[in-house]
Design a protein around this ligand. Structure first.
Ligand code: NAD
Length: 349
């Protein structure tokens, strides 16, 4: 069962797992960030779709029972920092109460299992490196770094991490937690930096860069994250947390300039103009963390995971995907989703 798998990472995970012969049940409320079109291409015989809210404990429980779920990847969340600053309530509701609801349903279900089904059951909570706060010029986040969230988004994710930990220690639910750095790749909603810059560049709009553009993030290609999640699900030790990162630190302005120069090659502008000319520095986001960087040595050492893409190969694949899937972006921005295949009765807003 994959919660939030009509979103960015979840849909990539659904494609990845079904390509490895898994059967997945996607459970998603289809908020503005969820797009069933992101699941197109997955054979019907490998996937079921349940439209539901993770706060609906009964529906989560019924879904677990009906499909005889043996592993939960919990990705559903409100995920955009700027939105959490403008309207934190939805983040508290989905990220904290929703995770509480997931744990409640999963615990009831787990306690009804026996034998191998019980010993094999796992609940993997997908979290973020933002729970650790901001780094100075040096150092890395390890699994032992104290939590210091600075935005309503990261505070809500930190809360959910604590609940998941407590359900292991108090109730013995076999949980795992991953804290991952910034992802990029296909099917990301174009409000996040990389798809926003690609979309605006092609639409001849300004390319907004916060502050001085020197905030640093540690970027990971989404399929490498999916491989890490699959690895943790199969080999991770219940109760443990694993940091996941690509060791690809880049300043935001470097990212934007890289995208511009790749687009100059792949989709040159008329008259020799350069995409970089569209860059515009804008007022910084309040509480904007300066630097994130992950120490992923635990998952590498203990579980044998390694990222397969460099930033250079991943960003090229990503840009090519967006160039080839302009209609996907248009659909998601217009709120026009093709739902027929999933039996949802036409376009969803
Ligand atoms: P996303 O915003 O693209 O997708 C979120 C999905 O969750 C959407 O399909 C949405 O419809 C669904 N959803 C939201 N509220 C729901 C609810 N109440 N009930 C059911 N479904 C609901 O997010 P993403 O970028 O794919 O992130 C997925 C997870 O990974 C999140 O938990 C996020 O915190 C975590 N994460 C993301 C990144 C990143 O760089 N994107 C990095 C580390 C961790």
């Amino acid at each position: 069962m994959l919660t939030g798998a009509a979103g960015f990472i979840g849909s990539n995970l659904a494609h990845f797992l079904t390509s490895q012969d898994a059967y997945v049940v996607v459970y998603d409320k289809l908020t503005y960030a969820g797009n069933p079109a992101s699941l197109e291409g997955i054979p019907c015989e490998r996937m079921s779709f349940v439209k539901g809210d993770i706060c609906d404990t009964e529906l989560v429980y019924r879904t677990l029972c009906e499909y005889g779920i043996d592993a939960v990847f919990h990705l559903a969340a409100e995920s955009h920092v700027d939105r959490s600053i403008d309207g934190p309530a939805a983040f508290i509701e989905t990220n904290i109460n929703g995770t509480f609801s997931m744990l409640t349903a999963a615990r009831r279900y787990y306690e009804s299992l026996d034998g191998e089904r019980r010993s094999g059951f796992r609940f993997l909570h997908i979290s973020t490196d933002e729970v650790y706060g901001s780094l100075g010029k040096t150092g890395y986040f390890t699994e032992n770094t104290p939590y210091a969230p600075n935005s309503p988004y990261s505070a809500s994710k930190a809360s959910s991490d604590h609940l998941v930990r407590a359900w292991f220690h108090t109730y013995g639910l076999p949980v795992l937690t991953t804290n991952c750095s910034n992802n990029y790749g296909p099917r990301q909603f174009p409000e996040k930096l990389i798809p926003l810059i690609i979309h605006n560049a092609l639409a001849d709009k300004e390319l907004p860069v916060y502050g001085d553009g020197k905030n640093i993030r540690d970027w990971l290609y989404v399929e490498d994250h999916c491989r890490a999640l699959d690895t943790v699900m199969r080999l991770g030790v219940p109760g443990e947390t694993y940091n996941v990162g690509g060791s690809c630190e880049r300043q935001n302005i470097q990212i934007v300039k890289t995208i511009c120069s790749i687009l100059d090659e792949l989709r040159p502008k008329a008259g020799g103009a350069k995409y970089e000319e569209q860059i515009k520095f804008v007022k910084d986001r309040p509480g904007h963390d300066r630097r994130y960087a992950i120490d992923a040595s635990k998952i590498k050492r203990e579980l044998g995971w390694q990222p397969q893409e460099t930033f250079e190969s991943g960003i090229l694949k990503t840009i090519k995907w967006y160039l080839d899937n302009q209609q996907w972006i248009a659909n998601i921005l217009n709120g026009k989703y093709r739902c027929e295949r999933l039996g949802l009765g036409g376009d969803e807003q």
